[in-house]
Design a protein around this ligand. Structure first.
Ligand code: GLA
Length: 743
């Protein structure tokens, strides 16, 4: 049997959280910045009360970015020391902060950015802020009032002390234990899983003994399918490893939980995670042509399109009815050339191998609009951050050609971090040492049938502090054209220093108009992607200013809070999606991500990842893979190669799904498709598996529907009036409903 190696997923370390002093209430807030606001002597009587656990935007500070201070007066009783087993350190849990923090206790500095102590402006969203202080530290005033002051910096979008856990507690012995779940799950087949769990101690002082319990649960049926209790002894130098082997009755969502009970205190720590399961059927050996059925090009612009076809290679491709000026390479399926006359050209693609032949009708629309369906590609940011290099880009391109291009993926986009420190003597932008030759990189990608994207800012500096295009827009657009660039992501960043403090609609549009005009002078089809986080309701004017897509939110990360916060708020911009102009809820966070040189597996559970891809496809979002594609595992590949799911994203009608139902954390989003059918996503936003029942009449769907499960690529039957399904926690069922065949 083939051995499937599937990545380890998320490190849901849910440490048992015992809180000695509650600090969830009583906070006060002031927007702005002053060093005197850390002082215990400062009088904050006139500050406004604020809730921690929600962003400040929803509490009277709409659209506020920049500095703000939170203050809390709290007595720390010495009795908590007496009760504790360990009498060493006290922990301040200050929740998650968007984006940077500086923590002061009684006017004295304790730490910054979760202890990383980087610049406050470089803080990371979605990271729990927990600070440890020795109980003998004079900054703590035992049995007296203490003033906690937190200086917060928000660089855009939502801001504040918005989520996570809050409390003051004595650090306990179990806080030295880690349940390390980072090993891969291994499958001998879909039903037999094994995984090695490691118990680690971070303490030089203490050895541990106790019991490790492992339970695999079917969360829908509430049944345990596997349970084991193991004695475990370990110390810092001697971790305890244990490989469990479980049988999974079905190919569906299971969770595994680990709990270690420490024998001295009887306190336990626990962690849990989802077990990856693959739904996408393997592609057949016989040919199948995938991808959108429409493609836009402007007259006289260089044309490049590779016919995406799965099936055993070698394959012979053809395209009958190509307009004058285009030719197809029959070995690679790459169509190149130039169309001079505007018009809709009906073409018939074919792909043939030793097992058969497939054909597909395709329309080339030569006109003013490009990017008729959302871009499918890769972007370097969510994996490599500023450490992107020519080598890494080429490795991604190679993986795309080998594993993804047959499903329609084709853009390779370099994000921030490619620019040199200075322009050349002619004022032209030049790449830094990591990119020896941009033109030859473009040629290399084009030679593979792929396209190349690049990144800049309308400001003098990009968000990563590299050179932007300010006052060099025409020159940069020309340089991009000369290199052979096909996609430009244009990120507001330091343009905030150029625009007025309270920008008008005109001010928001201006830098994008300037670059639009510059790109119009270049004879290449360059997709134009606006990145300004949704300011000024960009979805209302993005198309008019010539954007092919526009970010609707701040930056995404690989947490459920971020993913669900962004994804499920996309009903507002939804009506504005149209062919050539799409809402962009930010890039994908599946696979190995990291925003820098070291990567980790996404912290999203397998079901959260199914939700991510399903929702983004329903929204007609550009799909930009944000992981290291040279390390694509089977589960991630299953997410990115389901042609029926991708077809929802690439549907030529170009509409976004709308949210048509939202009750008890079950949401239903439906999307109209070009063939008159509907894509239906039923999402369970609950932390537990739930049975969802949808009523067709309540959702204004036809009374009878033939439904197909798109992830499994299986018809599930004809349903009258209602449909019910058990949906895993944070999971989805993605359906295609066909009223015509419903009997
Ligand atoms: C902003 C964008 C990200 C990325 C970085 C690069 O944060 O939103 O997608 O491009 O800048 O610095």
């Amino acid at each position: 049997m083939q051995k499937l190696l599937v990545v380890f997923f998320l490190f849901f370390s849910v440490f048992v959280f015992s809180q000695d002093v509650n600090i969830t209430n009583g906070w006060k807030f002031r927007a702005g910045d002053s060093s005197s606001w850390s002082s215990p002597k400062y009088n904050d009587n006139d500050w406004s009360p604020i809730k921690v656990g929600s962003v400040w935007e929803t509490q009277g500070y709409a659209n506020y970015d920049g500095f703000g201070w939170y203050r809390l007066h709290v007595v720390i009783p010495s009795s908590i020391k007496e009760k504790a087993f360990l009498k060493e350190k006290i922990r301040f849990d200050l929740g998650m902060i968007d984006d940077g923090d500086e923590f002061y206790l009684n006017g004295l500095f304790i730490g910054r950015n979760a202890g990383k102590n980087t610049d406050v402006k470089q803080g990371e969203y979605d990271v729990q802020r927990s600070y440890l202080v020795s109980i003998n530290d004079p900054r703590i005033l035992w049995d007296k009032e203490n003033v906690i002051a937190v200086r917060v910096y928000d660089h855009g979008g939502d801001g504040g002390m918005y989520a996570g856990k809050y409390g003051i507690s004595m650090m306990d012995i179990v806080d030295y234990i880690r349940i390390n779940t980072t090993n891969d799950f291994e499958f001998s087949d879909t039903k037999h899983v094994s995984k090695k769990i490691i118990l680690e101690s971070t303490s030089d002082k203490y050895d541990f003994s106790g019991r490790l319990q492992i339970i695999v649960e079917d969360p829908a049926a509430h049944t345990e399918v596997f349970k084991q209790l193991i004695s475990a002894d370990f110390a810092k130098a001697k971790p305890f490893g244990y490989t469990f082997k479980a049988n999974l009755p079905d190919n569906k969502s299971y969770t595994v939980s680990y709990s270690f009970q420490e024998s001295r205190t009887n306190k336990a720590i626990s962690a849990s995670e989802g077990i990856p399961y693959i739904l996408t059927p393997k592609a057949a050996v016989s040919p199948k042509i995938n991808g959108a059925n429409v493609y836009g090009v402007r007259p006289n612009a260089p044309f490049l399109y590779k016919i995406p076809a799965t099936g055993e290679k070698p394959m012979n491709y053809d395209a009958i009815g190509l307009p004058a000026g285009l030719k197809v390479d029959k070995q690679t399926g790459v169509i190149t050339g130039m169309v001079t006359a505007k018009g809709n050209y009906k073409v018939k693609f074919s792909a043939k191998n030793k097992s058969g032949i497939a054909t597909k009708n395709f329309t080339i629309i030569c006109g003013d609009v490009i990017g008729l369906t959302p871009a499918l590609g890769w972007n370097s940011w969510n994996c490599w951050g500023l450490s992107v290099s020519d080598e890494k880009v080429k490795a991604s391109a190679k993986a795309m050609v080998e594993k993804l291009a047959d499903h329609g993926w084709n853009y390779i986009n370099i994000d921030d971090g490619w620019e040199a420190e200075k322009r050349n003597d002619n004022g032209e932008i030049v790449p830094n040492k990591k990119f020896p030759d941009m033109r030859s990189l473009c040629d290399y990608l084009h030679g593979l049938g792929l396209k190349m994207g690049i990144y800049s800012s309308p400001g003098p500096k990009t968000c990563g502090g590299y050179l932007g295009s300010y006052q060099h827009e025409e020159q940069d657009a020309k340089t991009y054209g000369d290199w052979g660039i096909d996609y430009l992501k244009y990120d507001w960043c330091s343009y905030g220093d150029i625009a007025p403090k309270q920008p008008s609609l005109h001010d928001y549009k201006k830098p994008y108009k300037v670059m639009r005009d510059a790109l119009n002078k270049v004879n290449r089809d360059i997709l134009f992607s606006f990145c300004q986080y949704g300011m000024g309701d960009v979805w209302k004017w993005g198309a008019e200013v010539g954007g092919n897509s526009w970010r609707t939110t701040g930056d995404i990360n690989d947490s459920w809070g971020s993913l669900s916060g962004i994804g499920f708020s996309q009903d507002v911009p939804a009506p504005y999606a149209q062919p050539g102009h799409f809402n962009d809820p930010d890039m994908l966070v599946v696979g190995k991500v990291g925003w820098g040189p070291s990567l980790h597996n996404t912290k999203l559970s397998p079901d959260e990842q199914y939700t991510h891809i399903s929702l983004w496809c329903l929204l007609s979002a550009p799909l930009l893979i944000g992981c290291d594609m040279s390390q694509l595992d089977d589960f991630t590949l299953n997410l990115l190669t389901n042609d029926e799911v991708l077809a929802i994203d690439q549907d030529a009608l170009g509409k976004s799904a709308r949210k048509i139902f939202d009750k008890e954390n079950i949401q239903v989003w439906t999307k109209d498709l070009q063939d008159g059918k509907k894509a239906i996503g039923i999402f369970n936003l609950n932390d537990k598996s739930a049975k969802a029942t949808i009523s067709f009449s309540e959702l204004k769907l036809p009374a009878q529907l033939m439904l197909r499960d798109l992830w499994r690529q299986q018809n599930i039957g004809s349903f009258k009036n209602t449909f019910s399904a058990a949906i895993p926690a944070h999971g989805v069922i993605l359906l295609k409903g066909n009223p015509a065949t419903a009997k």
